[in-house]
Design a protein. Structure first.
Length: 377
């Protein structure tokens, strides 16, 4: 084990404390941040990052940083994909230490605005059986010295502990998501099979009552009640549409989008057109599922608030990004009054997949939502 090479008891105590700090039931995103923060503190590094490998095992699907200010992070722009010196750690699945990045031939690809970094140490994050989940990258010790053998040994040992913690957190997240999916489907069935049928039956009963002799005032009152029931049924159907999230195979994405467009036309009463730049778009199952959920959320918002008569949906690939755009001709809104929890959820969902969510709207001019995700996330 790497920690056998560490002779300083205080540093071993620091390793134990760092391991205990990540031994929590935190969700995966929070745990990744905990790991990189503790790795940076473990060796006194100014900068730290954690890259999670995508399904191909060669590129980074997620990239979490520590030590960068918000301004520095914004100046860097898009996260790295795993080239240059980061790619050396990925390619060899072993520690890489560089005393001076200026002299390292593989240290290429730093974008404009990236902080100047000189020292580097990268180690893999390994789960059980030696499977590499990602890598820890540390740069520039606070004291200006190169990373030492002890630093590398500490990070390698911590990387193994982090791998087990990350693996367990990912499993918890998957189990939680499956539980939520099952609960959403149960609620959707309950609403559709029980509540809507009862409301419909009440509406029919009121319509039958209208056939009898009634005073005009009573007839108007019953008419209003029937209208309110119809609106309530429509709102419940919209809710079912929004929470009906199920598993989807990546190859089914475009087919499911077509089905959703047809469903919207009949269920929500909005004319929808779908434009696909390609017959198929290569994505992971995770991205396909979240893309459909994002579209459901947007369409639910349109149904509740937009008062739109038409809707245009497009899906295309732009490099490593999947781009989903939804434009409606509804009433629009003025930010920040318009975007509520649903739109915040859209942004958070995109962020977790390495993408973004941009919303353009104005009163009387409709709304455009541009939602993106890394296709292999």
């Amino acid at each position: 084990m790497p920690y056998h090479r560490i002779g300083d008891p205080e540093r071993l105590y620091g390793l134990i404390e760092a391991m205990l700090a990540i031994a929590s039931d935190a969700d995966l995103s929070s745990l990744l941040q905990l790991v990189v923060d503790n790795a940076r503190g473990l060796v006194g590094a100014r900068y730290g990052a954690l890259g999670v490998l995508g399904p191909d095992g060669h590129h980074l699907a997620r990239f979490v940083t520590s030590g960068l200010s918000d301004e520095e992070a914004a100046a860097i722009g898009s996260p790295p994909e795993g080239y240059g010196v980061l790619g050396q750690v990925i390619a060899h699945a072993a520690a890489v230490r560089v005393d001076d990045l200026a002299d390292e031939p593989s240290a290429v690809g730093f974008p404009p605005g990236h902080p100047v970094m000189r020292r580097f140490c990268g180690v893999p994050i390994q789960a059980g059986g030696g499977h590499v989940l990602g890598n820890l990258y540390l740069a520039d010790r606070e004291d200006g010295e190169p990373f030492s053998d002890d630093d590398q040994a500490l990070l390698e040992a911590f990387g193994r502990a982090a791998g087990l913690a990350v693996d367990q957190a990912a499993l918890r997240d998957r189990q939680h998501e499956l539980t939520l999916t099952a609960e959403r489907e149960r609620l959707a069935r309950e609403l559709h099979d029980t509540v809507i049928q009862r409301l419909f039956a009440v509406g029919l009963g009121l319509q039958v009552t209208l056939r009898s002799s009634l005073a005009d005032e009573d007839r108007e009152r019953i008419d209003r009640a029937i209208d309110e029931l119809d609106e309530t049924i429509q709102e419940i159907r919209t809710t079912i549409f929004a929470i009906d999230a199920d598993e989807v195979d990546a190859s089914e994405l475009t087919e499911r989008l077509r089905d959703m467009v047809e469903e919207v036309a009949t269920r929500l009463g909005v004319a929808v057109t779908l434009t696909l730049a390609e017959p198929t778009v290569e994505v992971t199952s995770r991205v396909a599922r979240h893309t459909l959920q994002a579209l459901r959320e947007v369409l639910a918002n349109v149904a509740r608030h937009a008062r739109a008569s038409s809707l245009a949906v497009s899906l295309r690939a732009e490099g490593d990004l999947l781009v989903l755009e939804i434009r409606d001709d509804g009433v629009g809104f003025v930010a920040p009054v318009g975007p509520g929890r649903g739109l915040r959820n859209l942004r958070e969902r995109a962020r977790r997949l390495g993408g973004s969510c941009e919303i353009e709207s104005a009163p009387g001019r409709g709304t455009l939502v541009r939602w993106t995700a890394r296709r292999m996330a």
